[in-house]
Design a protein. Structure first.
Length: 172
């Protein structure tokens, strides 16, 4: 995900196979702990921002040409990236990376406003994954089918939406 060269090679391989996508859904996220931002090293900051923020948009740019007219480009985000919902202490770097991801997706949408693609940011909820931990209230088996339903229901919608797994708008 973080290699521009590997993304280009993937695009070339898929183009060579005549691949066309109805949906391009990018998911990339790491977390390096719950340090306040003044304790985060520059290397850690860079790693998280490149993985969580820059790389998903690079993937969209590399692969968007494979998406059919009327198709959807979507990125997994998190309500942790909602600035207005940032009212609890903790996970400052992860939250910042998601807010920056959302902002870059807004810029992507502006730049590609006339491409006919539906554009979505999706919050799947707090899931029991390596990132979410074993005590998270949701499981991927329970939340991902709901995410798929939202992706399918939004096909053809204009502009950019930031939605949760129920199709409800997440505030910016």
């Amino acid at each position: 995900m973080t290699s521009s060269e590997e993304l280009a090679a993937l695009r070339e391989r898929l183009e060579g196979e005549g691949c066309r996508l109805d949906l391009l859904f990018v998911n990339a996220a790491i977390d390096r702990g719950n340090q306040p931002i003044h304790e985060v090293s520059t290397d850690m900051f860079t790693e998280v921002m490149i993985t969580n923020t820059l790389s998903p948009l690079r993937a969209l740019e590399a692969l968007r040409g494979l998406v059919v007219p009327g198709g959807t480009v979507a990125v997994m985000s998190s309500d942790q990236g909602s600035i207005s919902r940032n009212t609890e202490d903790g996970y400052e770097l992860y939250k910042a990376s998601n807010a920056a991801l959302n902002q870059l997706m807004r810029s992507y949408t502006t730049r590609h406003a006339d491409d006919g693609h539906t554009k979505l940011l999706i919050d799947p909820g707090h899931n029991q994954t390596q990132l979410g931990g074993p005590d998270a209230p949701l499981t991927p088996q329970g939340s991902i089918p709901a995410v798929v339903d939202v992706l399918e229901a939004q096909t053809g919608a204009p502009g950019l939406q930031f939605l949760d797994r129920h199709g409800e708008t997440v505030p910016w």
